[in-house]
Design a protein around this ligand. Structure first.
Ligand SMILES: Cc1ncc(COP(=O)(O)O)c(C=O)c1O
Length: 354
């Protein structure tokens, strides 16, 4: 692990935290005092720095802007009643970042840089971690190609950066989603299973069309047949059909969500029947007709559990049972919140104290 002595630290002269109510800021718009930057060039990782958050001079020829060698992660830190800060399953984000790096032909970030930088940054900026029930510090680690060069080839220089921002609830209300059968998010052999920036750029237009029709998000379907559901927006998708928790099996078109894995672990631990397999639209529609579609929700770091109350499909809306009647997803949402806030036993060892 790199420690304070390996990171050049240039602290902010006066913290900006008192300019904000960290328990009440819009998501992703207010950044904490410091950022961590590690540089890669000449075939190896070089210096690491923590400095005041701010703009950096970078060439408009920077290769990540043109050829998409840009990957990222999203994770959160939480504060308990004693004011102690903990991270939720950070090593899973570390591993996934490097899975993305390999697929995008970028150098892997060593664990000591990822974890060492993260912990030092959080120690400095712990005052930015919200204390409210649903509050957390959203953490955005990302890796970008920085060669100043036009020409399609892997960059020879990179920056690994971590910035953070206080976050409250992502969706204030349950959401309505529409099944997308014209556009797709990912294709077999592509990059759907990694967090490449381009996956998000390509999703904006279909999402805009869905929003114009009154839905917050789309349900992505498989690119070959559009018969099978994959994810919803930037979340993994789950259903409770009868008394079974059902979710699409992981594949190279689905991002292996850490929240997904946590929800499945809690479900199995509670004795619930869990199925990870292909899920067809036909099956979901049949279950709805038969009154078996009891719950539907998206899960991911930003929202944790986003309750889905309406699903648009073939010109009709499936109207799902009210959130108050959803025993599984409301319980799992609360259990995750309590684990993260240190209010119940962390029996899976998910939390890492800063
Ligand atoms: C496409 C996609 N699917 C699923 C997820 C959920 O993953 P996680 O639970 O690790 O945040 C995310 C968010 O990172 C995502 O961008």
């Amino acid at each position: 692990m790199i420690t304070t002595s390996d990171i050049k630290i240039n602290k902010i002269a006066k913290s900006r935290v008192t300019d904000y109510d960290v328990n009440d800021v819009p998501f992703g718009k207010c950044f904490s005092d410091h950022m961590f930057v590690a540089e890669y060039f000449d075939g190896k990782w070089q210096t690491s720095t923590i400095s005041p958050y701010g703009d950096v001079p970078q060439s408009y020829a920077m290769s990540s802007l043109h050829y998409g060698q840009a990957i990222f992660e999203g994770m959160k830190a939480y504060k308990n009643d004693k004011g102690e800060v903990s991270l939720f399953r950070p090593l899973e984000n570390f591993k996934r970042l490097n899975k993305s790096a390999i697929r995008m032909c970028m150098p892997e970030v060593p664990e000591e840089i990822f974890m060492g930088g993260l912990l030092e940054l959080l120690k400095l900026d712990s005052a930015w971690v919200p204390t409210s029930d649903s509050g957390s510090l959203y953490i955005r680690p990302f890796l970008i190609a920085t060669d100043e060069a036009i020409g399609v080839k892997p960059s020879e220089s990179y920056k690994f950066i971590i910035i953070t921002c206080p976050a409250g609830k992502y969706y204030s209300e349950p959401i309505k989603v529409i099944v997308e059968t014209d556009y797709f998010r990912a294709v077999h052999g592509g990059v759907g299973f990694v967090k490449a920036a381009g996956n998000y750029g390509r999703s904006l237009y279909p999402t805009k069309l869905a929003q114009q029709k009154g839905y917050q998000q789309v349900i992505w379907t498989d690119s070959a047949t559009h018969h099978f559901v994959e994810e919803s927006g930037t979340m993994n998708l789950m259903f409770v059909l009868g008394d079974t928790l059902l979710t699409p099996a992981l594949s190279d078109t689905i991002l292996a969500g850490i929240t997904r894995d946590s929800v499945l672990a809690l479900a199995r631990d509670s004795g619930m029947k869990v199925e990870e397999r292909k899920v067809s639209l036909l099956e979901v529609a049949e279950a709805y007709k038969n009154g078996q579609l009891n719950e539907a929700f998206g899960c991911g770091t930003a929202a944790t559990i986003a309750q889905i109350v309406g699903i648009g499909f073939e010109g009709k809306d499936f109207v799902l049972p009210p959130v108050a009647d959803r025993k599984f997803s409301t319980k799992v949402d609360e259990t995750l919140r309590l684990i993260r806030k240190g209010k119940v036993e962390d029996k899976f060892n998910w939390m890492l104290k800063v």
